[in-house]
Design a protein around this ligand. Sequence first.
Ligand code: ZN
Length: 316
Amino acid sequence: MPISLQLVVHDEGGEPATITEIAQFERGGLDVGSLGLHLEEAKSLLGRLQRTMVAAQVAEAVARTSVCPTCGAQLACKGHHHLVFRSAFGRLSIDSPRLYPCRRCKGDAASFSPVARCLQPVTFLSDGGETVRFAQLGFGDRGEYVLDWFHIAMRIQNLEQMIKGRPAHCDGPSNTALIKTLHGAKWHLWHGCPYPALRRLESLGWDLDAEASPEEAKLLGKLEEFIVYLDNNRHFIVNYGDCYRHGEPIASGFVESAVNQVVSKRFVKRQQMAWRPRHAHNLLQIRTAVLNNQLRSHVERWYPSTAREEDHRLAA
Ligand SMILES: [Zn+2]
């Protein structure tokens, strides 16, 4: 008995449905070996189903986004590239066109990939401060939230320095033992396990005695602060080790250092082309408008004659 499985994709615009054959099976008789699906068949069937479904969804999204939303003109294609999408049924290579925005409506804006825009995962790195944490939640389900590893590592380093400066007293564990517990907590945090890390840090707190010395009281205060900080941000602690090995971002240090280099350099006094705060502010406004593709419309609003010139140029 031949059995075949088809995927039917219906078109919302009234075009005929697309039918793709996903799998074919041949079964004869009825015994344990031929009853229903085999594991290998199920795997390849799901893989094929996934590829066909993804291709249909991508094609629909590309068709929808390759016309200008303002005037309806077909957008010019710059070329194609492949995006890799990791799905539950294996890695998929997705053909993704790069399109130029409508010249008439958007001017000379940079080309874009409609598929990447929809699928590109966004990683929100934060220092765990309350305002930043709530701001990033405003983006909904669009990305992954990661507590910046730099801020964890820096706090652990501070604690370690404080333990080293703690005067030894006869009762209680040695500074070496305390540092070992701290490193254990750090290891769990690096591997994305906040709960065992918190348990270790709490046990570290029990070993400390606020009455013993002012240094130890200060250390205990900092440790408790760190525990509250981690507890508030526990949902944003990822497997940093794994991310690091896969080249994914775990710290925003590279952005901060770039900002530092660019901005602080320009603020050094008596240097050529030094900026004043007001001018730096204006420059940032322009950079933001360029990135948002709004510079042209801003200029046209300030100087309406430039818009008319553009119209004449297009008409000619
Ligand atoms: Zn247009």
